[in-house]
Write a protein that binds this ligand. Structure first.
Ligand SMILES: Cc1ncc(COP(=O)(O)O)c(C=O)c1O
Length: 359
């Protein structure tokens, strides 16, 4: 019987730490929809400071945060947003910006590093003189780090260029910063600098930072006031939410410092898997806490088979399309877990039984 569990499905699987649980138990709370919860206010003040914006707002999830931001920037139905063809907003958020907000997506190809070519973004901006046929471009969205490209980071310089383009055409810039702290740590650039050019930015607290729930939106005071109304409309106004915000405050205080270790372990994991015959990792793509690897024909296994066998060993991972698997590091994965995972994959591929007789 394998009792060990190494959960690499996502950085959203962490368990609240003892300090978080204590903070939640002792949190001072009040009605946050009425604006009286002191712990929510404290988290929002702190996050606004970190992100270099006037104000911030705690919302239940990253998906709702992106939806609120896009809809707040695009209040007129038929607005168009330019975003990456492999952006989380476009692929994984149920098309909410269209179904709920009447916002039309105009996709631009995401390059392997998560950027979109600036020329292509510019070409995609609609000519207002032909509004008889065209939707009106109002917003550009970036994602940093870019999940689908393996958690790669957009530089401050690239983001500034997109910001300049947005300004030139009177558009707004939103950054889906679900993992902006990972990008900040990997690049060695403070979060506020990375998002300086953005009119709005989101940061998830329940991913690499390990809080049990929540995302924060940051922007100008006027933007956040409008976002607050939309949060209520969407059912995201929560009453004594300080219980969750207390854990999030601990996550920001204690776990940002652990991200560097996650990135280091991701690189070790990637290199170890890449050394196994029949497995391939693009090592240059591993900049933060996400590792994608390809299963080559010569391995004699498939993603389904490998995932099932890994699960028998207590290692959990996610498929990412045919012959591709995704592993995500977080602060509750140790170096020993990383070595164990590499050795499990090795054993499965070579067919050598481990000490439990499992292969
Ligand atoms: C880049 C990115 N943006 C947004 C989200 C949505 O966050 P949530 O799962 O909290 O809705 C995710 C979730 O994995 C993500 O990876």
């Amino acid at each position: 019987m394998v009792t060990r569990r190494v959960d690499l499905r996502s950085d959203t699987v962490t368990k609240p730490t003892e300090t978080m649980r204590a903070a939640m138990a002792n949190a001072e709370v009040d009605d946050d929809v009425l604006g009286y919860d002191p712990t929510a206010a404290c988290l929002e003040r702190e996050m606004a400071k970190i992100m270099g914006k006037e104000a911030a707002l705690f919302v239940p999830s990253g998906t709702m945060a992106n939806l609120i931001c896009v809809l707040t920037h695009c209040q007129i139905r038929g607005s168009e947003v330019i975003l990456g063809d492999y952006s989380h907003i476009h692929i994984y958020e149920n098309g909410g910006i269209s179904t709920l907000g009447g916002v039309h997506p105009r996709t631009v190809k995401n390059n392997e590093d998560g950027t979109m070519d600036i020329d292509r973004i510019e070409e995609s901006i609609r000519d207002p003189s032909f509004e008889i046929c065209y939707p009106t471009t109002r917003l550009i969205c970036l994602e940093n780090s870019h999940a689908h490209s393996g958690g790669r980071c957009l530089s401050a310089e690239y983001t500034d260029k997109v910001g300049e383009l947005a300004k030139k055409y009177g558009l707004k810039l939103h950054i889906d910063g679900a993992r902006i702290f990972n990008a900040s740590v990997a690049l060695g650039v403070p979060v506020h600098r990375l998002v300086q050019a953005a009119d709005s930015v989101t940061a998830c607290l329940s991913k690499g930072l390990g809080a049990p729930a929540g995302t924060v939106i940051a922007g100008s005071k006027a933007f956040i006031s409008k976002a607050k109304v939309l949060r209520k409309t969407l059912g995201g106004g929560m009453r004594q939410v300080g219980v969750l915000c207390a854990a999030a405050i601990i996550a920001v205080e204690e776990n940002v410092g652990k991200l560097e270790g996650d990135h280091r372990k991701a690189k070790i994991l990637a290199a170890g898997i890449n050394n196994i015959k029949g497995m391939k990792v693009d090592l240059d793509s591993v900049e933060t806490n996400i590792v994608y690897f390809d299963i080559l024909k010569e391995s004699g296994t498939t993603e389904d088979e490998l995932l099932k066998k890994l699960e028998v060993h207590g290692v959990l991972a996610m498929p990412e399309g045919p012959c591709k698997i995704r592993l995500v590091l977080h602060h509750q994965i140790s170096e020993h877990d990383v070595q164990y995972t590499i050795s499990c994959i090795q054993k499965i591929v070579t067919g050598a039984p481990d000490k439990n007789g499992v292969n």
